[in-house]
Write a new protein. Sequence first.
Length: 333
Amino acid sequence: MKNVTFSIFLSAIPFIVSAQVHTPDTVEVNLARTSKIVFTMQDSNDLWQLKHYDFQALFDDILTKLEKHDTSAVNPSAERAEAPEEPEQKEMKERPSYKDYEDEDSDDDDESKDFWQPHYPSSRQFFNMDFGINDYAEDPNSPDVGQPFYTVHPWGSWTIAMNAVNRTRFSDHFSLEGSLGVSWYNFKFEADNTLINQTPTGVEFIPDPRPLYFTKSKLTASYLNVSLVPVFNTGHNNNDEHWHHWHNSEFRIGLGPYVGYRLASHSKQQYEVEGDKQVEKDHDDFYLNDLRYGLRLQLGVHGADFFINYDLNSLFTKNDGPELHPYSFGFIF
């Protein structure tokens, strides 16, 4: 009996004749006249797995092997013919192992779910991209309200951002998303001949006096941004290893602050001369605020995510340009 393994001890449970409990996790079982086993359980959660194991077939196989072992001990030099496999033995070999039962039942048995509960907080890192449309809200008290030469044409005023995101989950329904990225504002003016003129007293938007056929005029600014957005969702953690493991949730919403620092800016005019396209760029600050700050709203429905950004401060420094508050909205990829 010295070679009987721990699995043999488990298999003898259906044949218990008498048992004496020594401790809450140890049972001594007496079998026949001189045999006994000791069954030790370290974790009571193992009980659900033992329910699915075929101890009868395993114990029958063990007894057969022990009989062979005893025969060889009495006459070690005797020739032993290989006994033909009985149907029960063959069936036992074809049955799944303990590990197979564990893998097969873990998804179906409600008790097994306790083994796979997620641990919080947990973090994931990934990249995403914002793509949408820019515009700005005017201060209704500004004397420049309705000034046509800085009116933005929505189609062509694109915003693009590339972000590295760290998502920390604190529960099945709540997470915190911090991001670091670069974004571009592109304001395409309604009037193609708009000229942005930087003067000692401020920036002005005037019609370009040159007799050219203008096809485009715009202002571009790039920013380095950080944001922190708490997100609530109606789904659950499905243990998906990918960043988009909330794709099965019906609804997600988040609102949080962001801050950006201006990296560069330029104006651009495009016109045609005898059918040839000409482009002029003027790299300057145009009294743009170096800092931008505002609120970011994120919305998600199943596999689609959207954003809305609104700058709480003005695009231009105070008294150096019109009071304009940029906003953007679009898709998150």
